[in-house]
Design a protein around this ligand. Structure first.
Ligand SMILES: [Zn+2]
Length: 161
């Protein structure tokens, strides 16, 4: 039977994908009454590590820095976001979760239909498609894709050549 072998291949791909998946990062404020309102609204937001947080813009940055309704930051105080008011004196930090994406990677059992065996490896979670393929933000900011699913397939395929 070929189905068990296909199942083993799928399991190997899932194992590699979990190893290669980027962590997630969460925006954490210090939680006191001096945290600016835009960061209070961002508290707890969780995104894949290769992507940007979506932070409400501050009026000063909208008027003087040409930003839209949101400012896209890799981390607190990210100057590449082009914000000034929204990063000045910021005391926020990020908390990393190494398994934030890998927990959503799973396999479905092999399905035999006629002369075809299909094995599915699934990655489910917020922004996982953008984590894999990358994203483009207003203002031409680009996040590169992590390509962890594609690399997992390539890595396992190399074992069979
Ligand atoms: Zn802050």
């Amino acid at each position: 039977m070929v189905a068990p072998e296909v199942g083993r291949i799928g399991d190997k791909i899932a194992t590699q994908a979990k190893r290669l998946a980027p962590p997630t990062k969460q925006w954490v404020t210090v939680g006191d009454d001096r945290v600016r309102h835009t960061h209070v609204q961002t508290e707890g937001q969780t995104v894949p590590n290769n992507l940007r947080f979506k932070v409400p813009s501050m009026d000063w940055d909208r008027r003087h820095r040409g930003l839209g309704a949101y400012t896209y930051m890799k981390a607190p105080r990210d100057q590449t976001s082009r914000a000034v008011a929204n990063i000045k004196n910021c005391r926020c930090r990020t908390a990393s979760d190494p398994a934030g994406i890998s927990r959503g990677i799973n396999t479905r059992p092999p399905v035999v239909a006629g002369n075809r065996v299909t094995m599915t490896v699934v990655c489910e979670g917020d922004l996982v498609v953008q984590a894999e393929l990358g994203d483009v933000y207003p203002g031409g900011l680009v996040a590169a894709g992590a390509h962890f699913m594609a690399k997992a397939v390539s890595t396992v395929a190399a074992d069979y050549q």
